[in-house]
Design a protein around this ligand. Structure first.
Ligand code: NAX
Length: 326
């Protein structure tokens, strides 16, 4: 029988994973290929994680061959082909930004080193835990033997939010919206760009006015997470899990012909984004390799929006450099 794909997931007892693990195990990631789950948590959360494991067992998923849990990243990442880094230190009241970066820095330096030592040669790492782009940069910088392009961060949730908002505005099916782009950081400075998007094959930019784009579309996409916290009393979980599984699924396979997705990947100079940051771009995937879509034209408005988000990424990079994390 086929060798199971080893899928490592961190933050496994948290709320995103309470949805994500069941999606992975039921086939949303790899169809009917056998999967071994390798779940990392901090020591105090291992008991809760045992409960999640019981529920996974009780689903009797036919393609879930084994579950390994633990609090030692080196052991849990052993032989992993895929790693989804969801667990992170949330910002608490009174916490300065530098405190947040250093708390997460400790997590992602350790996990980067552990991946470097024990993951499989084909490891792909996707960071969902915030600040996702910079956490991915920290992990990447601490894993010198793993090619940089194997480290991505999640902006697919923002991408999906942007598609859904545009579809609601135009009263079309979300499936008719293609070629949406999120540029930059997964933060409030992100630039959701509909000027290359298509709606039923027509240019989205011709179907909405600039005022709606600037005063509604961009801020609503960027602040959707806060709106969900306000309504639900907890941050987005199922939609974040869905985006995480979709990003990794597409990265392992192909993006649909004629469309692209948003992925935060190590910058290579495309669109003037300097090497050394992990920024969101429009990407296509062919046979498990992603490429940044080239040749899109950005007008002055779009350039300024992208630049603001790059500036923030460079600030975060400088902060973690000063903290000695990269
Ligand atoms: P929860 O607080 O419910 O779960 C996080 C889990 O991570 C906890 O169980 C915690 O014990 C665990 N954890 C902490 N440090 C760990 C470590 N060193 N190793 C392993 N596990 C560790 O948060 P949840 O709602 O699941 O969100 C997880 C992360 O996703 C947060 O950082 C959150 O900000 C981020 N998000 C990112 C999104 C994105 O689009 N990129 C959107 C959703 C979400 O806000």
């Amino acid at each position: 029988s086929e060798t199971p794909v080893k899928v490592a997931v961190t933050g496994a007892a948290g709320q995103i994973c309470y949805n994500l693990l069941f999606r992975i195990a039921s086939g949303s990631l790899l169809g009917d290929r056998p999967i071994e789950l390798r779940l990392l948590e901090i020591t105090p959360a291992l008991k809760a994680l045992e409960g999640v494991v019981m529920e996974l067992e009780d689903c009797a998923f036919p393609n879930l061959t084994n579950i390994v849990i633990g609090d030692d990243p080196k052991k849990v990442f052993d032989g992993a082909n895929v790693a989804m880094l969801v667990g992170a230190m949330p910002r608490k009241a009174g916490m300065e930004r530098s405190d947040l970066l250093s708390a997460n820095g400790a997590i992602f330096t350790a996990q980067g080193k552990a991946l470097n030592e024990s993951a499989a040669d084909d490891i792909r790492v996707l960071v969902t835990g915030n600040p996702a782009n910079t956490n991915a940069l920290i992990a990447m910088s601490n894993a010198p033997d793993i090619p940089n392009e194997r480290f991505n961060a999640l902006t697919r949730l923002d991408h999906n939010r942007a598609k859904a908002l545009l579809a609601r505005k135009l009263e079309v099916n979300v499936g008719d919206v293609t070629n949406m782009t999120i540029w930059g950081n997964h933060s409030s400075t992100q630039y959701p760009d509909l000027f290359h998007a298509k709606v039923g094959g027509r240019d989205a930019g011709l179907l909405v006015d600039q005022i709606w784009v600037e005063s509604t579309f961009i801020p609503k996409v960027a602040k959707r997470g806060a709106a969900i916290i306000e309504a639900r009393g907890a941050s987005s979980a199922a939609s974040a899990a869905n985006a995480t599984v979709e990003h990794m699924h597409d990265w392992l396979t192909n993006t649909p012909e004629g469309d692209w997705v948003s992925m935060a990947v190590p910058a290579d100079g495309s669109y003037g984004v300097p090497e050394g940051v992990i920024s969101s771009f429009p990407c296509i995937v062919r046979d498990g390799k992603y490429e940044i879509v080239q040749g899109l034209s950005l007008d002055g408005f779009s350039q300024a929006k992208l630049q603001a988000s790059i500036d923030e990424l460079l600030d975060e990079k400088q902060a973690v450099t000063e903290l000695g994390l990269i």
